[in-house]
Design a protein around this ligand. Structure first.
Ligand SMILES: [Zn+2]
Ligand SMILES: [Zn+2]
Ligand SMILES: [Zn+2]
Length: 331
């Protein structure tokens, strides 16, 4: 058989998550990764014969500041070949090593990034003031008066909630961060609807739950399920556990926003505003549920076209119907 691997000389199989945690759970090894990252000892691809910037053995040992050769060697050997690569010229990070470095950078910020600020939009549910907060690497929009959109599934008053790495906050003001958070969330949802995890490329499993006795009196969450929405979906990565639990309407509108399914000239897909997203969800979305087998159909009315996305109980898109506003609906 032809050898088509980038790294034909390396045996990279068989490192379990537990083994990876064990290898990385050591200060010296993380320091080796940090030093290589800072030295730009990376490479675009993980091919064996690269010309990347590398660090010499002695240069690396010097920077990591370990005098004991045996000890330094041992830790290097633990990291290779999965996280670092030895080449004829020295050492560099592998693809996995770079990902570790990028993850550490993404979650580390500067001293203080948390904020709480009132934003211009009013609550789409009750008209009260709305606040944006950033806390513990979560970005949240909350109403200062009402229960919000998620009932008891999120902290009281929540209108939007997404994880947001600290590094992406250092160069953005709160308004820009909100637009970025919304867009990232729409992209996460889109990947999930295609069955792919954005964190690890793993397979997404889904399940749908329906509140059988759902009641939604103006603004009040349903007494049975505690939320204003009757159909919720759980989408979870089988491999890394990355998950979202949201009303099916939010999965459908997230997909619509990120893929431009709705032909709305007003909606700038690169920075949808919170107001646009919520007003779309609130005034232009209609959901119907049918049983045996379960089907949830979400109709979204855009500026020039209307489309209906029909989902089964595994969140597969079983039907997508799109028509221009001028066309008549089938009888
Ligand atoms: Zn409110
Ligand atoms: Zn209910
Ligand atoms: Zn995953």
């Amino acid at each position: 058989m032809d050898q088509t691997r980038f790294t034909p000389d390396l045996d990279l199989d068989g490192l379990s998550p537990n083994e990876a945690f064990a290898i990385l759970g050591n200060e010296i090894r993380l320091e080796i990764i940090r030093v290589l990252w800072r030295a730009d000892a990376a490479h675009e691809y993980d091919d064996g014969s690269d010309t990347a910037n590398t660090m010499s053995y002695s240069g690396l040992q010097n920077e990591v500041d370990i005098d004991d050769n045996g000890k330094f060697n041992y830790h290097l050997s633990q990291l290779a070949p999965h996280f670092i690569r030895r080449t004829d010229d020295g050492y560099r990070l592998s693809g996995a090593g770079k990902q570790i470095a990028r993850t550490v950078i993404a979650v580390s910020g500067t001293d203080r990034l948390d904020f709480s600020t009132e934003i211009e939009d009013d609550c789409p549910l009750c008209g009260a003031h709305v606040e944006a907060t950033y806390e513990d690497q979560w970005l949240r929009i909350r109403c200062t008066e009402c229960d919000g959109l998620f009932g008891d599934q999120a902290p009281t008053g929540t209108l939007f909630l997404t994880s947001y790495p600290a590094a992406g906050m250092t160069t953005r003001n709160p308004d820009q961060a909100l637009a970025t958070g919304l867009y990232r969330c729409a992209l996460d949802i889109t990947y999930m609807m295609y069955g792919i995890c954005r964190e690890c490329a793993g397979h997404i499993s889904s399940s749908v739950t329906v509140c059988e006795a759902h009641e939604n009196h103006r603004g009040e969450p349903c007494a049975t399920c505690g939320t204003p929405f009757s159909v919720w979906a759980d989408m979870r990565c089988d491999t890394c556990g990355f998950a979202k639990r949201l009303p099916v309407e939010m999965f459908a509108t997230g997909l619509a926003m990120a893929t431009g399914l709705i032909d709305n000239q007003e909606l700038d897909i690169h920075s949808p505003s919170f107001e646009e997203a919520v007003s779309l969800l609130q005034s232009s979305v209609e959901t119907t549920v049918s049983k045996g087998p379960l089907r949830a159909s979400i109709t979204i009315e855009g500026e020039t076209s209307t489309f209906t996305i029909t989902l089964d109980d595994d969140m597969n898109v079983v039907d997508l119907d799109r028509r221009l506003q001028s066309e008549t609906a089938p009888s």
